[in-house]
Design a protein around this ligand. Sequence first.
Ligand SMILES: Cc1ncc(COP(=O)(O)O)c(C=O)c1O
Length: 399
Amino acid sequence: MPTTDFNKTAAISDGHEAKKAGYKVPFGTVSITPKAKQLIDEAIERRWLTKGKYVKEFEDKFAALFGVKYGIAVSSGTDADAIACAILYDFGARRGDEIIIPALTFVATGNAVLQAGFKPVFVDVKRETLNIDPDKIEAAITKRTRAIMPVHLMGKPADMDKIMAIARKHKLHVIEDAAEAHGAEYKGKKIGAIGDMACFSLYAAHIITTIEGGMIITDNERMAEAARSLRNHGIDGKFRFRRIGFSSKMNEIEAAVGLGNVDIFHDILNKRRRNVLYLIEKFKKFGPYFIYVKEEAHEKLGPHAFSMIVRPGLNFTKDEFVAFLEQEGVDSRNLFYSIPTQTPSYAFMGHKIGDFPESEFCSNNGTHIGCHQDIEISQMDHVIATVDKFLKGKNSDRH
Ligand SMILES: Cc1ncc(COP(=O)(O)O)c(C=O)c1O
């Protein structure tokens, strides 16, 4: 059981707005520990607030959590993704080369690939896992493909054995977008420690947070060095710049919050896992109505949130379901959109609706709710009772 008193650590909450709006089950939260507050005070006292010793300590401790040698802290998860892509220029990639990503993910993954000067090539997902369908990857590989960037959506590990085998066969790099999957495991390996590099978002609702922030981890020294250069405009030496870089450094205040979170990482993870496993168990009876992410024997979820997709052929829509959740005080978010086909008004990179049927199905019918460390069993029971009430109402409509 968790040992951290989250009532004391969650001094500030991403669910602040949600709480104000009266949600019984807010979507996100931020844990600010007493140690973080002390470190922030000390940094202010020292008058050293830009990247300094806390950032370095945070990078080292973060990387150690995943058993990886180097951590490079940046301003956001999006920048982590973009910088990881840009590192490939040190390894023979050229502008306009291609990086394979899932069609269903937070839009940041696609933006980051473009921001780094590459072309995102989208591959459909599997609705049961929400992750890239490995059996569709090879068809998307061309002679300009440089990397595969799987996303472990909602903290569910992508099928890394198949992805790594394809990458090895075609001599591609693998960049894990682990923005939502801190602490997840795949066949005994830590998510983030399987590909060449992994990128984490440290945004407010994520397991380890710095409020805004990101982290790249890698065992490859050259990649780590390139990341350090790229986050600071491509610096190489004193005011000499040899890469097209980003302005993406982390500051000491953010690192202090992160150091506090590293201390309670296992407590946060355990509480989120307790919550998500509770929901998974309770949702078994709703199986005919919803597809929800499950934990399989070979893996451990690093839960970001709990997803629910309305099955086809039922007498209600996702929008009706979400409206009912809202009415009962359960805060939710759409299950992202199929990036290339979410704007039917124009064809993004030549795609049209219907090109990514699984991703589009998930977007049209899916939602997700919080399962974070400040949510108690009684709140999850409220979720279950709400879903029960909604379905009973719908079934009685039928008869
Ligand atoms: C899968 C994925 N990738 C990248 C990001 C970008 O992270 P950030 O919001 O910190 O820029 C997110 C953010 O939640 C995400 O969910």
